[in-house]
Design a protein around this ligand. Structure first.
Ligand SMILES: [Zn+2]
Length: 277
């Protein structure tokens, strides 16, 4: 079921981690951002679009994590884009069918058989530094940053005031840092938040990759909340963050412990960086 969040911008929810697929209406069809997770949900979205005579003319993956790289055969064969760095990361991490099969281990077992991996990660990298999505529709600014994943991009649909945040600025998930792909994950994440803050003045609606949409007031609240979490993580403090704990885990046992894992990883990193003597 599609829900309009702004003129010409609709979202389609998944029961997996409150994921949001975003549909942007253009002149000849729609741009589909992070299409969804479960096969039957993407098929439902494909039906809704074809029933209303709106072919998918382009796709976009906000970043190279499996739940943002999926596609369904019924969505058609439109070009699917990501940033150059996102596409390069996919090529390295998912070079062949064996790698895809290994990836299946990361998918929560209760949904693994419902996630179609055939068309996973078939994206074309936009040239580095691309400022706008190349398509026949409203101008969409690409805001690329590091922090959550290599080549992560938020998209600002300028004429509609909608910020599609990817895996940033969620009201249900804490910031998850790219701990292995970055030399300074904390600094990268803070820089990403600052970049998004710079765009916040143009935003009327925020759509996170997971969680609830929010109005203009929520954008700054979420930026502050994420910054406070990252500061607490940096200072090994105890974040008073309501997103930590069972209420934010959607009943999956792979999500609890993210905060502890991040703390431990950063502590180990600090130990390595202290030169003895
Ligand atoms: Zn992610």
């Amino acid at each position: 079921m599609l829900r309009q969040v702004a003129e010409g911008v609709l979202i389609h929810g998944s029961e997996f981690c409150q994921s949001n697929a975003v549909v942007v209406q253009g002149r000849a069809g729609v741009l589909l951002i992070d299409p969804g997770v479960l096969g039957h949900e993407m098929a439902c979205l494909a039906n809704d679009l074809s029933d209303s005579g709106q072919p998918v003319v382009a796709g976009f993956s906000t970043h190279p994590h499996w739940d943002h790289l999926l596609w369904h055969v019924r969505l058609g064969a439109a070009p699917r884009y990501g940033t150059a760095r996102c596409a390069a990361t996919v090529r390295v991490r998912l070079p062949d069918a064996r790698a895809k099969a290994r990836l299946a281990e990361w998918i929560p077992p209760d949904i693994a058989d419902q996630v179609p991996l055939d068309l996973l990660g078939l994206i074309t990298g936009l040239p580095a530094g691309t400022a706008r999505i190349p398509w026949d529709g409203p101008h969409i600014r690409v805001i690329e940053h590091q922090g959550h994943a290599p080549g992560h991009a938020a998209l600002l649909i300028e004429e509609r005031g909608v910020l599609v945040a990817g895996d940033m600025l969620s009201d249900v998930l804490i910031p998850m840092l790219d701990l292995t792909g970055s030399a300074d994950p904390i600094q990268d994440y803070l820089a990403a938040l600052q970049l998004l803050e710079g765009a916040a003045g143009d935003v009327d609606v925020i759509v996170p990759g997971h969680g609830s949409t929010g109005g203009a007031d929520r954008v700054r609240v979420r930026i502050e909340q994420d910054r406070a979490y990252v500061h607490a993580l940096r200072d090994a403090g105890v974040p008073g963050d309501p997103r930590i704990g069972p209420s934010a885990t959607f009943g999956n046992d792979w999500l609890p412990g993210v905060h502890e894992r991040q703390l431990q990883h950063l502590a180990r990193k600090r130990e390595h960086n202290v030169t003895p003597g």
